[in-house]
Design a protein around this ligand. Structure first.
Ligand code: GDP
Ligand code: MG
Length: 302
């Protein structure tokens, strides 16, 4: 008989930009979830799977918690809620550099945490992230005290997801709260998302890096074709969906320079991810108000 194993689901929640995707990547040691300096880059749930000899933790990375402004954002909040329902325990992540003495957690977030703690009766681990941004580590002490006084968390752990500090401690703590169970997935599996998903995420990440203001928020990337060719190269045909004709010029740039640069950067990153040569095509399409259109949202998998 083999040793007893533990397995369970953990949802990572928190405001946009606190470092949820960075944490997932640090834990899995691979780049599963896109990370950029702008808020709200994670729109869909990314499932990452951590396995060691005894423990399997399936992470649900969620879009940041926010009050819905458009239809897309309310769909995003549904993802947050369904991740919470599926989870055995919850990680609430907080950015210590954003700490203000008053109102340490806003009411919207507090409501969600209260629901998890009192109605769903699930354990919540609080991660105080970006410890490296504090001038003095001691500055974390009043934050720990403030979080502790909420009586919502079983554990409060200061970490730096970026510097990969205290990551092992997180795994150990989670394993206290997940049930004895057989592994749900093969131990060598990192994710259940298809490669196509990561390819569109990589292109979207590069759009976030290359374009300012509203552009990244009004674009979506759709993979039309993804074919592995016999002679080794992968053929990928993609569409960038934008909302207004006026944005087309911005995306394409003078003489198509900007789009060429985007394709080049994206191709290199995709090749690195897939570990194979890639032939990448990118087209730009205008779909007015796609963010408010349920049919479009469905066709993009939201
Ligand atoms: P998410 O929206 O919660 O998924 O946040 P991301 O993981 O995309 O991170 C948002 C930004 O915060 C990125 O620029 C990250 O590099 C940065 N970040 C994440 N964790 C840390 C950390 O521990 N320290 C510092 N200094 N920056 C971090
Ligand atoms: Mg994210």
């Amino acid at each position: 008989m083999s040793e007893k194993t533990k397995a369970g689901y953990v949802a990572i929640i928190g405001k946009p930009n606190v470092g949820k995707s960075t944490l997932l990547n640090a834990i899995l040691g691979a780049k599963l979830s896109i990370v950029t300096p702008k808020p709200q880059t994670t729109r869909k749930r990314v499932l990452g799977i951590y396995s060691d000899n005894k423990t399997q933790i399936i992470f649900l990375d969620t879009p940041g918690i926010l009050a819905p402004k458009y239809k897309m954002q309310s769909v995003m909040m549904d993802y947050v809620n369904s991740s919470i329902n599926e989870a055995d325990c919850i990680i609430y992540m907080f950015d210590v550099s954003k700490y203000r003495r008053q109102n340490v957690i806003n009411d919207n977030v507090k409501n969600i945490l209260n629901k998890i703690h009192y109605s769903a009766n699930k354990k919540i681990i609080c991660l105080l992230n970006k410890l490296d941004l504090l001038k003095n580590v001691k500055e974390v002490l009043p934050i720990i005290a403030a979080m502790d006084s909420l009586n919502l968390f079983t554990d409060i752990i200061p970490i730096s997801a970026l510097k990969k500090n205290n990551i092992k401690n997180i795994i150990k703590t989670i394993s206290n709260y997940i049930p004895d169970a057989k592994f749900y997935y093969d131990a060598d599996m990192l994710s259940t998302q298809p490669e196509k998903f990561f390819v569109s995420e990589i292109i979207r990440e590069n759009i976030f890096y290359m374009y300012g203001d509203e552009i990244p928020y009004s674009t979506e990337v759709d993979i039309i074709e993804f074919k592995e060719r016999e002679y080794g190269k992968c053929y990928i045909n993609s569409e960038i969906i934008i909302e207004k004709t006026s944005q087309k010029g911005i995306i394409i740039g003078k003489n198509g320079d900007k789009l060429k640069a985007l394709m080049e950067r994206s191709r290199i990153a995709i090749e690195e991810h897939l570990k194979t040569g890639v032939y990448l095509e990118v087209f730009v399409k205008v779909r007015p108000k796609w963010r408010d259109n349920v049919t479009f949202l469905k066709s993009f998998g939201y």
